[in-house]
Ligand binder design. Structure first.
Ligand SMILES: *[C@@H]1O[C@H](CO)[C@@H](O)[C@H](O)[C@H]1NC(C)=O
Ligand SMILES: *[C@@H]1O[C@H](CO)[C@@H](O)[C@H](O)[C@H]1NC(C)=O
Ligand SMILES: *[C@@H]1O[C@H](CO)[C@@H](O)[C@H](O)[C@H]1NC(C)=O
Ligand SMILES: *[C@@H]1O[C@H](CO)[C@@H](O)[C@H](O)[C@H]1NC(C)=O
Ligand SMILES: *[C@@H]1O[C@H](CO)[C@@H](O)[C@H](O)[C@H]1NC(C)=O
Length: 457
């Protein structure tokens, strides 16, 4: 069916039908706006009417006139763009004595040239109806110039003026205050076509997050996905099978497929967790003895048989720890950032949960909820002691009494070891395992299995 050819005349007919649809669409859109606003505004846009419209106090005062104007202009521009495209395709088809066009080609053409732009016109017009939030002092609102950022951070009152389920009468979208340090990048990030496709700029987003602009504002555009997305493997295969290359957007990496991410490849552009994309090696971790500092999952779980069910893995990696723990019926959420490789997608394609968070924020878990926190290849000797202190207190908050903190080969220079040891021991956790071993002449590994004590007031 995909390769069946459509004769030229059908193509022409399709284009003509499309144009008719377009015209109907325009009429409907304008009619709905017209109905929505003021009878006569579009038909009879004389000055008096405009003035009346602008000064009207009941009903319409909340609507954003500038936005209306912009959106209508934008919508008209887009519609005329589609029109032009349709006409030029029609011309091309005639002049180049076209051969046949396949169903797939027609589908792609319709999808890319017609449906997407049409959809964004639709969204743009719909958005006109979204009332302008009443001006409430929003911190930093005048620092930013791009309208979308300003809209985002303005507090939004509840529609009915009553308290929401949260018991508040207003919702504040927040952005990390360090966004002000990266204003240029943030404005670039927030400058997009509302309702249409976002740029493939996840790396700009990640750069902002890592620069402290975290939480990052939400956007009203559609994140692009890989063109050739394949359905994921069933869970009994996905855990240890390298995912399909086609399911990842590679455009912002040096590599273009998973094979290229192997430790032997010179093109891989990440320095932590070098062997992570070789599942044969990953399969051996935590289940076979390599060194004293490598604890086995079996030994760790034996400390609290049956009690460890949910946990958090704070690491750079592809989710192998979570994959192993799943086999033990333990659910692990893995923190992930795409630092030079598609770590988040890989974890998700394996059928595990990637939590896309930085170290900037308090963990999104309630107090005393997790059975286990595991950390490897991430928090290491580079970290500032005071930052580590805040992080460890947060981990302590999240761990339940009797929960386990598994430090997996934390490494640092020998001279710093005492400071770090103090950090870990200040909570007076019960020591189940504690191993210090040499990594190199000047560096040491610390592995520990610690249990949070009961804590009642
Ligand atoms: C279009 O395809 C059909 C069937 O594949 C073929 O019979 C016909 O000659 C083709 N027409 C042109 C203009 O190539
Ligand atoms: C929201 O609640 C605060 C007090 O909780 C009150 O001062 C304020 O007027 C309320 N705002 C609205 C729009 O109801
Ligand atoms: C995986 O599970 C599916 C059904 O869910 C089954 O058909 C398939 O044989 C299983 N594959 C393996 C390798 O166990
Ligand atoms: C791993 O090493 C520990 C002690 O070093 C030992 O008790 C344990 O049996 C070893 N496990 C395996 C699977 O070799
Ligand atoms: C995990 O749960 C399944 C189903 O409840 C059970 O058959 C299996 O033995 C469990 N595995 C482990 C390691 O406990």
């Amino acid at each position: 069916m995909e390769t069946r050819h459509i004769p030229r005349s059908s193509f022409t007919r399709a284009i003509v039908i499309l144009q008719i649809i377009l015209v109907v669409f325009v009429i409907l859109s304008v009619a709905s706006l017209h109905h929505f606003f003021h009878v006569g505004y579009f038909l009879d846009a004389n000055e008096e009417n405009c003035q009346k419209f602008q000064t009207m106090s009941n009903g319409y005062a909340d609507y954003d006139l500038t936005a209306l104007h912009d959106r209508v202009e934008e919508a008209l521009a887009r519609i005329s763009d589609i029109q032009n495209k349709l006409q030029s395709s029609l011309k091309n088809k005639r002049s180049i004595a076209v051969k046949n066009i396949t169903h797939t080609e027609l589908r792609i053409f319709l999808e890319e040239q017609v449906m997407q732009p049409l959809y964004s016109v639709h969204v743009a017009l719909t958005l006109v109806r979204i009332p302008k939030p009443d001006a409430v002092e929003a911190p930093l609102i005048n620092f930013f110039t791009v309208e979308e950022t300003r809209k985002y951070i303005t507090g939004k009152g509840n529609k009915d003026g009553k308290l929401s389920v949260y018991g508040t009468n207003r919702t504040y979208n927040t952005i990390g205050h360090a966004c002000v340090l990266m204003r240029k990048e943030l404005e670039e990030y927030m400058d997009y076509d509302m309702g249409s496709y976002c740029k493939d700029d996840w790396n700009l987003a990640q750069k902002l997050m890592l620069g402290g602009c975290d939480p990052l504002p939400r956007r009203r555009c559609l994140a692009p996905a890989s063109n050739l997305y394949q359905k994921p493997l069933p869970i009994n295969m996905s855990l240890w099978t390298m995912p399909d290359d086609r399911n990842v957007r590679w455009s912002n990496y040096k590599c273009r497929d998973f094979k290229c991410l192997s430790s032997r490849s010179p093109r891989r552009s990440f320095s932590k967790c070098i062997g992570c994309f070789e599942f044969e090696k990953e399969k051996l971790r935590w289940v076979s003895n390599v060194s004293l500092a490598d604890f086995l999952i079996a030994d760790v779980l034996a400390v609290k048989p049956g009690e460890i069910r949910i946990g958090l893995d704070v690491s750079v990696g592809t989710g192998s720890f979570a994959a192993r723990m799943r086999e033990w019926n333990v659910t692990i959420v893995s923190t992930s950032l795409n630092l030079g490789a598609p770590f988040s997608e890989t974890i998700a394609l394996r059928g595990l949960i990637p939590l896309y968070v930085t170290l900037n924020q308090r963990l999104p878990f309630f107090d005393n909820t997790m059975d286990l926190i595991h950390s490897s290849v991430f928090l290491d000797g580079w970290i500032d002691l005071q930052l580590l202190d805040f992080i460890l207190f947060d981990w302590d908050r999240v761990l339940r009494p009797g929960g386990l903190l598994w430090l997996d080969k934390f490494f640092c220079s020998r001279k710093d070891l005492d400071d770090y040891i103090y950090m870990f021991l200040q909570f007076r956790y019960k020591k189940h395992k504690w191993v210090i071993s040499f990594k190199s002449k000047d560096e040491v590994y610390l592995s520990a299995l610690l249990e949070k004590p009961p804590r009642s007031l």
